[in-house]
Design a protein. Sequence first.
Length: 360
Amino acid sequence: MIVVTGGAGFIGSNFILDWLARSREPVLNLDALTYAANPANLRAIANDARHVFVRADIRDRDAVSALLAAHRPRAVLNFAAESHVDRSIHGPAEFVSANLDGVFSLLEAARAYWEGLPAAERDAFRLLQVSTDEVYGSLRADDPPFTETTPYAPNSPYSASKAGADHLVRAWCHTYGLPTLTTNCSNNYGPHQFPEKLVPLTIVSALAGRPLPIYGDGSNVRDWLFVEDHCAALRRVLEAGRPGETYNIGGGGERSNLQVVRMLCRLLDELSPRADGRSYAAQIRFVADRPGHDARYAINADKLRQELGWQPAHGFEEGMRRTVAWYLANREWVEQVQTGAYRAWMETHYARRATQEEMA
Ligand code: NAD
Ligand code: DAU
């Protein structure tokens, strides 16, 4: 058995579905069910006995310890985190608590469990920390992409909390010998992403006739990866990664935010045209910038490619097309997530993001 924390969220749910489609090994899914979680993400495996769901918080060491003792997993993959940069700017406390204290608590529970294992199981055990490229800070246009040796320079409360967690993971391996793996991945997109993030926010807002907010001038660059490629990389790192190592994950998909939103509008124009025949691009609005907005992320994933033979299977346009098609085919999912917590966030989000014309 493996344990997945945060398995009801975007990437965790994709990972579990992917895992169970390829392996007979059961998964214990440990999730606190925050606003970002959605049990509907796991509907396809509702009757699959290999998926055991437990509502628990990674900060609850006793609960995590009891689950580890009861299920005796060979690995723990930690996806659980507060993940949205804008929310971290407006409310950093929960990020420090969940992402930093949470990882500390999880590491301590995992260490105690691991120390009690028989020697052969101890050697085989892995704790995989799912982290982000944002820990490396911001690149200029002509800088080379981040490698695993790029110094950490996080700029947002979110990335600082993830960077701190990565350091704890490193220390637990170095000091106690806990066999850890850390992955630093670029921006994911795909099914099940909560529509506060740029890609699903653009799709959902476009279809609802709302403005499509682009921060600043839209020139900030992210390195986009289809979520299935991230999941495949995580499986490969778990299988063959060397304990104590970190691996960058990214698909060479650098695009400016304006390019991303324009592509989504073009795909929507094709797959679900507006009633008035105009392009969804007419809904684009340039709005006040995100404070401390990192200019550019780009990932060098040579280590993962060369050592572990991973490479992305999905091109950018193909992945975006599949993503748009998924949101169009899953209107019920979209409607269901746009209730209480989402509506409250969007109201403040739009209120804060007065258009630049309005500010002038
Ligand atoms: P998400 O916000 O969609 O899901 C997070 C999940 O974690 C939710 O199901 C939530 O209920 C759960 N969770 C939060 N706090 C918890 C806690 N204290 N205890 C137990 N469960 C808790 O996030 P995501 O986009 O799927 O990201 C998953 C992980 O991948 C995060 O660690 C994130 O930092 C990392 N990551 C994300 C991206 C991306 O582009 N989304 C890229 C690189 C790395
Ligand atoms: O790089 C990996 C990270 O990618 C993950 O660690 C984070 O969990 C994940 O949320 C994501 O962070 P970003 O801040 O890059 O993602 P977001 O979708 O919030 O924003 C992508 C870009 O789009 C960013 O430059 C800000 C911009 N943006 C975002 C929103 C929500 C807009 O222009 N308008 C918006 O309304």
